[in-house]
Write a protein that binds this ligand. Structure first.
Ligand code: PLP
Length: 397
């Protein structure tokens, strides 16, 4: 009999959002009239920008025309988009060749698929708290997982521990859930560590567009030595509102070689075998993001989320709460008041003021005692939620 991959039986239930959903459902049953303010969402609320919409429409028309119709697209991405992305990096001082850029259907697909490149029994290292998909993908592949605790003592930006035997290192900066961002010096420590050990860093840059501080790196390839130890996974989801449209990209430099195998070349082989490329229409929409007009318009949207972040962080400043994020990141990571655990804090906010956030414990044991607020809601809801938080929490902080 065919044996299934029994590692799936080792997966922890993805209980976080299920448990939140169940709590909200119970509350709404008891209080059908209550208005809820959702600051738990990781999804965007603003629509695609006009430049992207125009490019999508035009591409749809192309597909209806004998002259402009496109059949199968190149598996690794359309040259026009790969070149636009490489130019975007060049503008930041990062030299990439367009054929080191791979167009993807989003960061989630890629974070799961790319680990095909590595031997299954290898040791994965990730922070705690962490984005849950890293953990689940590693467990499915039967990888040994080490968690590096993050906390206030290291600004939720842990550095490598020489005792940890890591082969595959997941780093996310700006971080989900904490909003913490690695600076160049700290990222250099990771790059040197990975090069010394022959490890590979999977650098999740899904939130790079939220970085405002010009001294912080948007890409790991801004760090010397990263071309021989890192893969960067990016997404247009939060950058340009593509969560439902689906588009991302991955950068694998030619110098990334392990045991004589060039990982970029292996990924070309993987994509040409396992995919038939991303739709022409989506790639045209994606290319519009990298035009001058597209960049101006996506930042009009990002500015709205940044303003939400400002409203929330000023509220926590007035309350005297400990928090990080909110600047350079779309999440605010707040310490729960009075030693409260994160699920009790969730219950308090839901019951007393109808505000929903995400308990830190759901991202790992080191997230206990902290709470994630998202800035992707509407400005009206965010302002109302902030004033409710301030009124309620005055007595707790
Ligand atoms: N990586 C991180 C850290 C995320 O928070 C998310 C989505 O919330 C993703 C990846 C997935 O992005 P995508 O929509 O491109 O699959």
């Amino acid at each position: 009999m065919l044996k299934p991959n029994m590692h799936y039986a080792e997966l922890r239930d993805s209980y976080l959002f299920a448990r939140i959903g169940a709590k909200i459902k119970d509350y709404q049953k008891e209080h059908p009239e209550a208005r809820l303010y959702r600051l738990g969402i990781g999804d965007v609320t603003r629509p695609l920008c006009p430049a992207v919409i125009a490019a999508l429409h035009e591409a749809v028309d192309d597909q209806g025309s004998f002259d402009r119709f496109h059949g199968y697209m190149p598996e690794c991405g359309a040259p026009f988009l790969r070149e636009a992305i490489a130019s975007h990096y060049a503008a930041r001082g990062v030299a990439l060749s367009a054929d080191e850029v791979f167009v993807s259907g989003g960061a989630s697909d890629e974070l799961g698929d790319i680990t095909d490149l590595f031997a299954h029994p290898c040791r994965a290292l990730m922070t705690d708290p962490t984005y849950p998909a890293y953990m689940d993908a590693s467990v499915m592949a039967g990888r040994e997982v080490t968690r590096l605790p993050a906390g206030e003592e290291n600004g939720f930006l842990p550095l490598p521990d020489e005792s940890a035997e890591a082969d595959l290192i997941y780093l996310c900066s700006p971080n989900n859930p904490t909003g913490a961002v690695y600076d160049r010096e700290r990222l250099k420590i990771w790059v040197d560590y990975a090069n010394r050990r022959g490890a590979v860093i999977l650098f999740d840059a899904a939130y790079e567009a939220f970085i405002e501080d010009s001294t912080l790196p948007h890409s790991i390839f801004e760090i010397e030595g990263a071309r021989s130890c890192a893969i960067e996974i990016c997404s247009l989801s939060k950058t340009a509102g593509f969560t439902g449209t689906r588009l991302g990209y991955t950068v694998i430099p030619r110098e990334l070689v392990r045991d004589g195998m060039c990982l970029r070349d292996m990924w070309v082989r993987n994509r040409t075998t396992k995919t038939n490329g991303i739709s022409y229409i989506l790639q045209k929409g994606g290319a519009a993001v990298f035009t001058e007009e597209g960049q101006r318009q996506i930042f009009d949207n990002i500015r709205v989320y940044r303003e939400n972040a400002r409203v929330l962080t000023e509220t926590f400043d007035r309350l005297g709460a400990w928090y990080i994020g909110g600047k350079n990141a779309p999440y605010v990571w707040v310490k729960c008041p009075a030693g409260m655990d994160s699920w009790s804090f969730f219950d308090l906010l839901l019951r007393e003021i109808g505000v929903i956030g995400t308990p830190g414990e759901g991202f790992g044991a080191s997230g206990e005692g902290y709470f994630r607020f998202s800035t992707f809601g509407s400005p009206e809801d965010t302002r109302e939620a902030a004033s409710r938080l301030e009124r309620l929490l005055k007595q707790y902080y």
